[in-house]
Design a protein around this ligand. Structure first.
Ligand code: NAI
Length: 275
């Protein structure tokens, strides 16, 4: 199948790599050639790692299946995955450019309503959420999100395609944060509130969740990994859209975002990192 992935950042590059790994021809698009060169370098480095680990056999052949082009409208695909930045106005503009009404169009959004975005897609019946996790080549889950108009055939095809990519798809409805971020953000928020209340320090809270609950990362470590700004934005979406007090962004988190303590990417968040 020919697949167009729009947005060649962290997620788009990984998603393009997954489709190519499983034999699909991929067009990966972004706004500039220099960004696409970076995507290509990241994909090839990742393919090299996968082949060293024996997960894939012929990295060069996988790499050859990906074509990089800033103009995705020059190609017609059966399947599109939109993975541009988490801004409704940018996503709607990109979706509007896709003209094939028979193609399935999936968005990788983590917090925007699928039903809202579907109004900009060529065919709302064939528009769906396909929420991959970072890094897409490693993480097994795909949260498949049906919008108000998504038809049964599209849901079935996306569930099947997800399985064919070696993933486990789970279907959810179009609710703020779906399941993954709704449950995860409640956990991270409670960890931050516990820190604010001085019940324990960051290392203590994370150690309790790692050793006591068998979580691979503590919630504060995870917030630093995701990016405290991203966590803050998602909490705001959940709080505004659902109205539950339990999603109110903690002031400590807000202040950390204002101070640029965004976590790993800035070298400091709940912990300090070597940059
Ligand atoms: P990113 O910032 O790494 O990549 C976004 C890419 O979109 C950039 O390369 C940017 O140049 C490109 N872009 C912006 N405007 C564009 C346009 N008009 N046309 C084509 N490309 C354009 O962001 P990331 O992390 O890859 O996120 C992408 C999407 O995936 C977002 O919707 C995000 O919520 C979602 N997501 C992110 C996860 C993560 O852990 N980073 C996990 C799951 C979903």
């Amino acid at each position: 199948m020919r697949v167009t992935v729009i947005g060649g950042g962290t997620m788009g590059s990984g998603i393009a790599e997954v489709f190519a790994q499983f034999g699909h021809d991929v067009i990966l698009s972004d706004i500039s050639d220099s960004i696409l060169r970076k995507s290509e370098l990241a994909i090839n480095a990742s393919l090299k790692k996968l082949s060293e680990k024996g997960i894939i056999k012929e990295p060069e052949r996988v790499s050859e299946r990906i074509l990089y082009d800033t103009n995705f409208t020059a190609y017609d695909s059966e399947f599109y995955v939109e993975a541009v930045i988490e801004k409704p106005e940018i996503k709607s503009e990109v979706l509007h450019k896709i003209k094939n009404q028979n193609a399935i169009v999936a968005t990788n959004t983590s917090s925007i309503s699928i039903t809202m975005l579907s109004k900009y897609a060529p065919n709302p019946k064939k528009f769906i959420g396909m929420h991959f996790f970072n890094p897409p080549v490693i993480m097994k889950l795909i949260e498949v999100v049906s919008g108000y108009d998504t038809d049964g055939d599209t849901i079935k095809r996306v569930m099947d395609i997800s399985k064919s990519l070696g993933k486990t798809p789970v279907m959810v409805k179009d609710f703020p944060g779906f399941i993954s971020n709704r449950v995860l953000m409640a956990l991270i928020r409670e960890a931050i509130i516990s820190l604010e209340e001085g019940i324990s320090d960051a290392a203590g809270i994370d150690t309790i969740m790692k050793l006591g609950m068998n979580h691979p990362m503590g919630p504060l470590e995870l917030s630093d990994f995701i990016g405290n700004d991203v966590v803050y934005d998602i909490l705001n979406v959940l709080y505004n859209d659902l109205g539950y007090e339990r999603f109110k962004p903690p002031v400590t988190l807000r202040n950390m975002v204002y101070a640029g303590k965004l976590g790993r990417k800035t070298g400091e968040g709940f912990y300090k990192y070597d940059k």
